[in-house]
Design a protein around this ligand. Structure first.
Ligand code: SIN
Ligand code: FE2
Length: 219
């Protein structure tokens, strides 16, 4: 790569801070990088009361992603289907309260993406280890589809699969690094998406893990 010494912009200035993915969908590069250490500390607190677990799909398959939740309601899957539940089925107790740092970041990211006054009542926390994948799916268990999804990537980088409104649409492959935030809503709210098998690596803040937070307004 050649680099003009007199160019006032830093070498990575060609990477825009905000990359459109589609109508109503955007990647906010590094948006969460500064607050990442406090987000990760809060993930540790949430998972101390509601530990990560591998849910079973209605079809009986154990998911390779480990999950927990915080907020008024949490996303769960079992042999009877998918749902949002006010109680952690493992403890029978409410999910941990959504940390202020989570809510603050989610609201700011939604606003930056053009969705003012986002009011998420649920945060699903996904944990990926090398080899973990999340197959193409739609986020469609929420009653209010006017609100966007806000998705925060922490730790090891991943390849986000960004498809279309039909399952068969061939997905684009978008690299998501530590601190990147994806927001999708409006005409893209029901786009199929997923995560390709995580590559091995070692991140200074998370070691061999990738953590993803997805914020939803469920009703
Ligand atoms: C999800 O679709 O719930 C998670 C996406 C991600 O891990 O980036
Ligand atoms: Fe999803």
């Amino acid at each position: 790569m050649t680099f003009d010494l007199f160019d006032p912009l830093p070498p990575d200035a060609d990477v825009p801070a905000s990359e459109p993915l589609g109508p109503g969908a955007v990647v906010l590069r590094a948006f969460a990088r500064e607050v990442a250490p406090s987000l990760l500390a809060a993930v540790g607190e949430v998972s101390a009361s509601s530990p990560f677990r591998h849910l079973v799909t209605p079809g009986g398959l154990r998911m390779s992603v480990a999950m927990t939740n915080c907020g008024e309601r949490g996303w769960v899957s079992d042999r009877t289907g998918y749902r949002y539940d006010a109680l952690d089925p493992e403890s029978g107790r409410p999910w941990p309260v959504m940390p202020t740092s989570f809510l603050d970041l989610a609201v700011r990211a939604a606003d930056a993406a053009g969705y003012p006054a986002f009011a998420p009542d649920a945060c699903l926390i996904n944990r990926y280890l090398p080899g973990t994948r999340l197959s193409l799916h739609q986020d469609r268990d929420e009653l209010d589809l006017r609100a966007p999804i806000v998705s925060v990537s922490l730790g090891l980088p991943a390849v986000f699969l960004w498809g279309g409104l039909r399952r068969a649409d061939r997905p684009a492959r978008v690299r998501l690094a530590h601190g990147d935030v994806v927001v999708w809503g409006g005409p893209s709210r029901l786009v199929f998406h997923g995560i390709a098998p995580l590559a091995a690596g070692d991140h200074p803040l998370t070691g061999r893990e990738r953590i993803n937070l997805t914020f939803r307004k469920t009703r």
